[in-house]
Design a protein around this ligand. Structure first.
Ligand code: FAD
Ligand code: 2HG
Ligand code: ZN
Length: 471
């Protein structure tokens, strides 16, 4: 970065808004897992949309690439700069205001750097619900949620971030501000431009604010932990509970025994809710806006039918909020627990729900053939067809030898996913980790159209280069 650009950036954001010493920058240069690392000319932390626009325009004028970053909890290296040392990391974390909450319109307008949990809390304080929920919600930001089209555990009932967004404000790669910040549920005046920025992982512009949908607050909740004999039973149980609970079935997560074992080993205080060892578990949640909705009776009638059909072998219905939280802690603890077991190879895939048993059967067999003793850590949002099918080395295995097999092992998982009409990225995005491999699994015309859109918005290629789009 030239001295002139450095001076002008400081003029825009103030001296405290530019970090360029190695110690100050280090937390911005590697991801949550330390799986990706880079270097940067500087980290710039603007405090307003006008400052973001000025920073982006200055960088563009100097031919310097910009890497937008929120909470840096992404799992594909999308927010991590390359190793050239020439890129600028643009951190949105100073822009965290809740600009407006319109209870009658059931919307909240927030800045991109707002931490997801703070948006949930603002909604709750107004007697409403913002339903996006994920393990990183204490650190991830709305901008990152939008840029990755985050999913999480409430998608079954409320959809992904795409479904939860009515309007956006975006600084385009040339520094212009696109004001699409409207709270309308109907607007058929042409192309829905905001959808281009959602899921673009910062390659088309910097999201600075959003209008998000709110829902009525949940007043009763029932959570159950169910032991299953096999994955087919998970699909069966899902159908049974849907028939009994309808829209009140708001969460349906799957966990393999291997996932539970990792959590029991590494998460302090974690306890197995059901005696004995079962190969699979479902974490089920029903919720309602009524105070006394009789949800325990609904889940119990559903479980009774599942037991009769052999789709469940044992179950615990949480006796209160503390026990429900303990069950969710088992589920939310898997990512961290797996990190403690050495390098993990992540696969965040979707297949049609009906094909989950076949997906598991085919991949697990092929993976065990490829690396005897490999630990397959399968868990995820099975109600959406989304599995985290993550791999850990065999017990006592060598980290580097395992890493060396990564491309081959991922290919096994992705080939089966593709053969079953699935997607190789359900909710985490492509970032830098999957941008090359996506070529083999996405239609060439899709990729052509994506390149055309990128060209339209960012012909010089300075907005988060090296992410999403294959070379
Ligand atoms: P970052 O990591 O900072 O950035 C992610 C991407 O968005 C990057 O490409 C970045 O350039 C871009 N970006 C960030 N801010 C902006 C902006 N303002 N404008 C334009 N581009 C921007 N994800 C799920 O979908 N579901 C889950 O259940 C889930 N659970 C998780 C659990 C754990 C423990 C962890 C560590 C991660 C989990 N994630 C999950 C992944 C991650 O939390 C989400 O992808 C989240 O949405 C990222 O938000 P962030 O603010 O941390 O974004
Ligand atoms: C989850 O559902 C997240 O817990 C993280 O999407 C998955 O760490 C992972 O692979
Ligand atoms: Zn997930």
């Amino acid at each position: 970065m030239t001295v002139d650009l450095a001076v002008r950036l400081r003029d825009v954001v103030g001296p405290a808004g530019v970090v360029d010493d190695p110690a100050g920058m280090s937390g911005y240069l590697t991801d949550w897992r330390h799986a990706y690392s880079g270097t940067a000319a500087a980290v710039v932390r603007p405090g307003s949309t006008a400052e973001v626009a000025a920073v982006v325009a200055l960088c563009r004028g100097s031919g310097v690439a910009v890497v937008p970053q929120g909470g840096n909890t992404g799992l594909c290296g999308g927010a991590v700069p390359d190793s050239s040392g020439r890129q600028v990391v643009l951190s949105l974390t100073r822009m965290r205001r809740i600009r407006d909450l319109d209870a009658a319109n059931q919307t909240v307008t927030v800045e991109a750097g707002a931490v997801l949990r703070s948006v949930q809390e603002a909604a709750a304080a107004a007697g409403q619900l913002f339903p996006l929920s994920l393990g990183a919600e204490g650190s991830c930001t709305v901008g990152g949620n939008l840029a990755t089209n985050a999913g999480g555990t409430g998608v079954l009932r409320y959809g992904t971030m795409r479904d939860l967004t009515l309007g956006l404000e975006v600084v385009l790669p040339d520094g212009r501000v696109w004001n699409g910040l409207r709270g309308l549920r109907k607007d058929n005046t042409g192309y829905d431009l905001k959808q281009l920025f959602i899921g673009a992982e910062g390659t088309l512009g910097v999201i600075t604010a959003a209008v998000l949908k709110l829902y009525p607050a949940v007043r009763s909740r029932t959570t159950a932990w169910v032991a299953l004999p096999d994955p087919r039973s998970a699909v069966d149980l899902l159908g049974v509970l849907r028939a009994h609970a309808g829209d009140r079935l708001t969460g349906f997560e799957l966990m393999s025994r291997q996932s539970v074992d990792f959590v029991l080993r590494h998460v302090p205080g974690a306890r197995d809710p059901i005696a004995g060892v079962h190969p699979w578990y479902a974490l089920v949640e029903l919720s309602d806006t009524l105070d006394d909705a009789g949800l325990d009776a609904v889940v119990e009638s559903g479980l009774a039918e599942a037991f009769e059909r052999g789709a469940a072998v044992d179950a615990v219905v949480a006796a209160g909020a503390a026990q429900a939280a303990a069950l969710w802690a088992l589920r939310e603890g898997v990512s961290e627990a797996q990190n403690r077991e050495g390098p993990s190879l992540k696969h965040d895939v979707t297949v049609p729900v009906s094909r989950i048993p076949e997906f598991l059967e085919r991949t697990r067999r092929a993976l065990a053939d490829a690396v005897p003793g490999i630990r397959v850590v399968t868990y995820g949002h099975v109600g959406d067809g989304n599995l985290h099918h993550n791999l850990s080395k065999p017990v006592g295995g060598d980290d580097d030898a395992f890493r060396a097999r990564a491309p081959e092992l991922s290919r096994v998982v992705y080939d089966v996913t593709h053969a079953l009409d699935g997607s190789i990225s359900a909710e985490h995005g492509l970032g830098q980790s999957k941008r090359d491999v996506v070529v083999d699994y996405k239609d060439a015309l899709d990729l052509d159209l994506m390149r055309g859109i990128k060209q339209l918005f960012d012909a010089p290629g300075l907005m988060n280069p090296g992410k999403v789009l294959p070379d």
